[in-house]
Design a protein around this ligand. Structure first.
Ligand SMILES: NC(=O)C1=CN([C@@H]2O[C@H](COP(=O)(O)OP(=O)(O)OC[C@H]3O[C@@H](n4cnc5c(N)ncnc54)[C@H](OP(=O)(O)O)[C@@H]3O)[C@@H](O)[C@H]2O)C=CC1
Ligand SMILES: O=C(O)CCC(=O)C(=O)O
Length: 560
């Protein structure tokens, strides 16, 4: 298939920002032509000709087998900034700054957008039920605070460390912006293997961590709002909330908004638990239904019968797998760290049942109607690979084994920059984390809105909407009857009747989530379209995110 992307093409596009419309040339292509070697982007997508340089310390990131997680995100950040310099400058120029000031101001904002704002490291002694003491290490990082509150999950794992939380917090800043969630970015974690603690111990650890953050005014409904992530769920969020409600939050009417992903009866929202997996599927669907993109990678533009493999059968993987099945895609394997399972020919996995099986048995191994397979089955030939476990699972040393045509990054950072570059070269379509897994934080935002407005979504409008639509139909009846001079009654379909009479919060959450993903997807594809490589959706997603953050900082002013 002829690639549409062409590195020697000039792209003139219009950006309609708050300061009006500006024409900008993107990337390196606005350079005059020479021997052709100088004015092209490099294979890794970086664009040295833009005037913005990737810092020397990050130069070898795209070659490393195991780069730092934060430096990988920084590397993607700088690649995107190289593409955005002309847009940034047009935006500043419109505010009547001198040429010298434009460069200073632009570089100042770039510095703000890249670096984290603060990183809190907490250690506290903890007495186990056995009587032994341990020192528990926890972290919370606030990345960009251009919008308040900051937002991002809390994970429990042995490899939680400062580098990881910084990277995950930065990803949250860019993810929120990419999906138009009006928050800054944050992330936190506790360095424990939760499977080694009983429930009472986990509750005490969670409450202690929460209290440390509360005492320091580091979390709160308008400051920083945690949520579930790897190895945490609604249960930990309840403990977190309760620790706040019983202390500083006892006088705060918005206390419920201090954490999201809570259980329903504690201010949670319908649809949050499945939101990340649902969003992963929606992101995939947007691309899989796009004829041009499917033509580029040689696939039919429809979800039906596409094959998929999911790595990680936790919250995100479970729901993503369920939605792919609902979209009539065909599961080839589910991969966990101890095993993989492959459905017997002609059978389909009932994911809810498999989820219960995993909770009861502690593994997916032996699930009826499936065979065990080695975990490297994830590198088999498949249309869609969904890594939904942890970061850096696809690296320089195994990227060439990947045979998938599409990778949907359900986990945060599952590909290293080296793997990303190698797979792009192989024409693999990578749907990046900051877009693909944004469903979770999007619905967390809806939960926060519900909490601070003290009303479930739709509560004040369902009855009114029904009355108005009944009135509309009866006025159409009257008008048709008058026109044709006989009694005419519009028949309501059963689906309409059901939707309008039985509307629930979940309907609003799900349709708003789909709308939000579609809008973010459109913005990303617009950036991809005007770049040198339209398959590089990561770069396009970063551009989409960074421009909005840039505008926020720019318009707020930098002197405060
Ligand atoms: N929860 C959310 O709303 C969001 C999560 N994410 C990201 O999605 C990813 C998964 O999160 P989530 O589903 O919540 O976490 P969970 O803890 O619910 O699930 C993680 C799953 O991955 C499995 N797993 C861990 N390591 C491996 C491995 N090396 N190979 C195969 N499977 C593995 C775990 O198995 P086991 O149980 O045996 O350990 C578990 O089944 C993380 O990167 C997270 O940051 C992103 C956005 C939102
Ligand atoms: O729901 C949220 O606030 C954050 C979810 C999260 O941690 C993530 O998107 O990585």
């Amino acid at each position: 298939m002829q690639r549409l992307a062409n590195s020697s093409r000039l792209f003139l596009f219009k950006h309609k920002g708050l300061n009006g419309t500006a024409s900008v040339r993107m990337g390196s292509n606005n350079k005059k032509k020479n021997d052709g070697s100088n004015n092209k982007k490099k294979n890794d997508g970086s664009n040295p000709q833009s005037g913005h340089k990737i810092p020397e310390r990050l130069k070898d990131v795209p070659d490393k087998e195991n780069p730092g997680f934060f430096e990988s995100v920084e590397y993607y950040f700088h690649r995107a900034v190289q593409n955005l310099i002309p847009e940034f400058d047009v935006s500043i120029r419109a505010r009547k700054f001198t040429d010298e000031d434009i460069a200073l101001r632009r570089n100042g904002i770039i510095m703000l957008m890249q670096n984290y704002s603060s990183l809190l490291e907490i250690q506290f002694p903890f007495r186990r039920d056995s009587g032994e003491y341990e020192l528990i290490q926890c972290y919370r990082c606030h990345h960009c605070t251009h919008k308040s509150p900051t937002k991002g999950g809390i994970r429990y794992a042995l490899d939680v460390n400062p580098d990881e939380v910084k990277a995950l917090a930065a990803l949250m800043t860019y993810k929120n912006s990419c999906s138009n969630v009006p928050f800054g970015g944050a992330k936190g974690g506790i360095r424990i293997d939760p499977s080694k603690y009983n429930n009472r111990e986990l509750e005490r650890i969670t409450r202690k961590f929460a209290l440390e953050l509360i005492k320091k005014n580091y979390v709160g409904p308008g400051i920083d709002v945690p949520a579930p992530d790897y190895n945490t769920s609604a249960r930990e969020m309840s403990w977190f909330y309760d620790a706040y409600a019983k202390t500083l939050g006892s006088t705060n009417i918005n206390a419920l908004g201090m954490v999201t992903g809570k259980p329903l009866f504690l201010g949670g929202i319908r649809g949050r638990e499945s939101a990340t997996g649902r969003g992963v599927f929606t992101a995939a669907e947007i691309l899989v239904n796009n004829e041009e993109y499917m033509c580029e990678i040689g696939l039919e533009p429809c979800m039906e019968n596409k094959t998929y493999i999911v790595q990680g059968f936790g919250n995100v993987g479970f729901h993503a797998a369920r939605y792919f099945r609902r979209g009539r895609a065909k599961c080839l394997a589910i991969v966990e760290h101890d095993t993989a399972i492959v459905p017997d020919k002609g059978t389909e996995i009932n994911y809810k049942d498999l989820h219960t099986y995993k909770i009861t048995k502690g593994t997916i191994k032996g699930y009826p109607g499936t065979k065990s397979a080695p975990t490297d089955i994830m590198f088999d030939k498949v249309d869609i690979l969904v890594p939904a476990a942890i970061e850096k699972v696809i690296r320089k040393s195994n990227a060439d084994k990947v045979q998938a045509k599409i990778i949907v990054e359900a986990a945060n950072g599952p590909l290293t920059p080296a793997a990303h570059a190698m797979l792009l070269k192989k024409n693999v379509l990578i749907i990046p984390d900051i877009f693909a897994n944004a469903g979770g934080v999007t619905v967390s935002y809806f939960e926060w809105l519900k909490n601070i407005s003290h009303s479930s979504l739709g509560r004040m409008s369902f009855g009114y909407d029904k009355e108005i639509s009944d009135l509309l139909l009866s006025s159409i009846d009257t008008s048709l009857s008058d026109t044709f001079n006989k009694k005419i009654r519009i028949q309501k379909s059963a689906m309409y009747e059901d939707r309008i009479s039985n509307a629930t919060e979940k309907d609003i959450v799900q349709s708003s989530l789909t709308h939000s993903m579609q809008r973010a997807g459109r913005d990303i594809l617009e950036y991809a379209e005007k770049s040198d490589n339209k398959l590089d959706l990561r770069n396009a997603a970063y551009c989409s995110a960074l421009f909005k953050i840039f505008k926020t900082y720019e318009e707020a002013g930098l002197e405060g």
